[in-house]
Design a protein around this ligand. Structure first.
Ligand code: XMP
Length: 319
């Protein structure tokens, strides 16, 4: 649309004016916001931009590879891919408290990012894909006026700590506008239309302690669920859909044997901005088919349930 084309031009000008001949570092999360910010900044200042992708080992199936290949091969944007999964998983081992998990991930993310930025050296600017709703909600998310329901994982404390100036070209935009800008910049529709994914990744979709084995089971169930949603043409009607691996084992029967395996919960919601949400009313045929596929194809799960909680009183994520 002409408005987004105009916004793009103005934003590019603004970035050039702010940055001059300086160097910019941008943290990529694999999500739409940081990706759109990176592509826009790259358009403005080319290789004065370096992206850092801290891979915490908590991404979905194949996701880390997709991010790397899109930026490096498709856009030719300089990208440092830090595989920090061992560090994250070892520090999270045995930790079951949701807030401690979130805080540990946030801390490790900042430490890893900072160390990489130092290696690159000489950058005065830090780019972030902060949106307008993030600006409003940066202190307490989803809570009442003074209650923090969940500590959000973001790079909030980084700029002061690293003594860098922020570049935030999406600060005035809402999610749907960021998607429009992404299309304007030529990002593939399949990428621009992706559901939001939380910074702490699969760690908060694996209530209780996480292990590489549990993450692997969760990844495979989640991929089947999303595959069924895409095949049935419902992906774009849903704000977010994902699988959760519960720390509960139940008894089942397969062939003539007893099984004792984990329960997988499926979640899907509609929402405008993530602040409130309604559970998505799948038909039972869809749920039955998906459950059968997950149980048949994923060793380690023998029962599937569907979450029919809206927000409030539930939150979208389980932790
Ligand atoms: P909740 O679970 O609070 O989630 O209803 C609302 C929206 O926020 C996402 N979410 C996060 N996003 N860092 C993020 O970048 C986080 O720590 C985080 N926690 C939740 C969630 O996926 C949903 O879209």
């Amino acid at each position: 649309s002409w408005t987004m084309a105009a916004y793009r031009e103005k934003a590019v000008e603004k970035i050039r004016t702010q940055v001059g001949s300086g160097r910019v570092i941008c943290g990529l999360s694999g999500g739409v916001d940081s990706s759109v910010a990176a592509v826009l900044i790259h358009e403005a200042i080319g290789d004065q931009l370096t992206c850092i992708f801290v891979d915490h080992g908590l991404m979905r199936l194949n996701e880390a590879d997709e991010v790397v290949s899109m930026f490096r091969d498709h856009y030719n944007i300089p990208l440092v891919h830090v595989d920090a999964s061992e560090l994250f998983l070892s520090q999270l081992a045995g930790e079951a408290d949701p807030e401690t998990k979130r805080k540990t991930i946030g801390r490790l993310f900042i430490e890893t990012f900072e160390a990489e930025a130092k290696k690159i050296g000489g950058a005065q600017f830090l780019a972030q894909g902060t949106l307008y709703p993030d600006v409003i909600e940066s202190v307490s998310f989803t809570g009442g006026p003074s209650v923090t329901i969940k500590s959000h994982h973001n790079v909030g404390g980084l700029p002061e700590r690293m003594n860098m100036e922020l570049v935030e070209p999406l600060r005035e935009l809402f999610k749907d506008e960021v998607r429009a800008l992404g299309r304007e910049l030529g990002l593939p529709e399949s990428f621009v239309g992706r559901h939001p994914f939380p910074g702490p990744g699969l760690a908060i979709r694996c209530p209780g302690g996480i292990t590489p084995e549990k993450l692997d089971i969760l990844r495979r169930a989640d991929a089947i669920y999303l595959d069924e949603i895409r095949k049935s043409g419902q992906y774009d009607k849903i704000w977010q859909a994902f699988a959760v691996l519960l720390p509960v084992q139940t008894v089942g029967v397969m062939g003539d044997g007893r099984t004792y395996e984990f329960v997988c919960a499926l979640r899907a919601v509609t929402s405008v901005d993530g602040m409130t949400a309604d559970f998505y009313p799948f038909d039972m045929g869809f749920l039955g088919r998906t459950a059968t596929r997950i149980i048949n194809e994923v060793r380690g799960i023998n029962r599937v349930v569907y979450d029919v909680t809206s927000k409030p009183p539930g939150t979208i994520e389980w932790e």
